[in-house]
Design a protein around this ligand. Structure first.
Ligand SMILES: CC(C)(COP(=O)(O)OP(=O)(O)OC[C@H]1O[C@@H](n2cnc3c(N)ncnc32)[C@H](O)[C@@H]1OP(=O)(O)O)[C@@H](O)C(=O)NCCC(=O)NCCS
Length: 285
């Protein structure tokens, strides 16, 4: 039996997690960067959750009963977000990554997604070239920033946990800044207790689903984003994603002692609008 691409099933998560950890670790070691996923479990656990989440499309590559790679796509909004994709280090450069990407892009096309996006680690020439060959355009670059939480006071900007009543305001803000909503992510983050809003002059001027690598934030201004960042208890690693084009926010993070973990590029196909406000993407978009 040759190579097949099939939808992932629950029992794939451990092996897919191991491959994901090793693929990213080998890549980071080759370039002298720290590991994105510190342990196998840190890679495998999100994969288990994605395989079991109805809002994600999960595929694996298999050859003679052996798993060789996997790819995941978040389908919770009209924009689909790909990642993480990984191929066993011993099987890379054999077009398996191309097949896994094509499976996701075909699926997005079949479902009528308005666009597909991902964030790509900038030092990986192969993934950059592969995605560009598949039609994806580089739109912006981001620094993953980590370190001790910035605990500065932002007078006039009140940050609090988001409640279900805040969802319409958050979704309207996202629509205004990005031209599309991310309602399912906002809802899940509120239910999980991870979402925060900032209020300024008596109204909601920003929200975050968490100041981490896996979550996103949208705000009217950089001051709203600063207030959300300053109120977060922990950023994790690789950390939250600051648009490099937002030099003011990037420099503020540096001045407050945060460190750059690595730089990523956002790549897109389909609907894309230059953001009309302040924002920080998740590793998906
Ligand atoms: C990224 C990854 C999934 C790609 O899978 P792969 O099976 O190794 O890649 P493929 O062989 O399918 O495709 C590589 C393509 O890039 C091209 N390529 C590779 N290096 C290149 C370079 N330096 N310049 C230009 N093109 C290059 C190859 O020619 C090939 O193109 P083709 O399909 O038109 O022949 C895999 O390398 C991986 O797991 N990397 C580690 C984890 C990772 O970085 N994931 C992505 C995070 S954004």
């Amino acid at each position: 039996m040759g190579l097949t691409i099939r939808e992932a099933v629950e029992t794939d998560w451990e092996e897919a997690g191991r491959i994901c950890y090793e693929a990213f670790a080998a890549l980071a070691d080759r370039h002298g960067f720290p590991h994105d996923f510190p342990t196998v479990a840190a890679a495998a656990e999100p994969i288990r959750r994605m395989i079991n989440h109805p809002g994600f499309y999960s595929v694996v590559a298999e050859e003679d009963g052996r798993l060789l790679g996997s790819n995941f796509m978040d389908e919770r909004s009209i924009i689909s977000a790909i990642g993480p994709i990984s191929v066993d280090p011993g099987a890379q450069n054999r077009q398996i990554g191309r097949l896994l990407m094509q499976a996701a892009l075909e699926r997005a096309n079949d479902r009528g997604a308005a666009g597909v996006r991902l964030l790509q680690i900038a030092y990986h020439n192969r993934s950059l070239s592969l995605y560009a060959k598949l039609g994806m355009d580089v739109r912006a670059s981001f620094a993953a920033m980590h370190g001790e939480p910035i605990r500065v006071a932002m007078p006039g900007y009140a940050v609090r946990a988001a409640s279900p009543e805040d969802e319409p305001s958050c979704n309207a803000l996202c629509m205004r800044v990005h031209g599309h909503g991310r309602a399912a992510e906002v809802h899940e983050a509120i239910v999980a207790g991870d979402a925060m809003v900032v209020e300024h002059l008596g109204r909601i001027t920003g929200y975050t689903t968490g100041i981490t690598y896996f979550t996103h934030s949208v705000a009217e201004t950089n001051d709203d984003l600063r207030a959300l960042i300053a109120a977060a208890p922990d950023y994790g690693t690789p950390g939250f994603l600051v648009p490099l084009a937002n030099a003011d926010l990037f420099r503020w993070c540096l001045e407050h002692g945060l460190r750059v973990f690595f730089v990523l590029n956002m790549m897109t196909i389909g609907l894309y609008q230059e953001p009309r406000g302040a924002y920080m993407p998740s590793v998906g978009y």
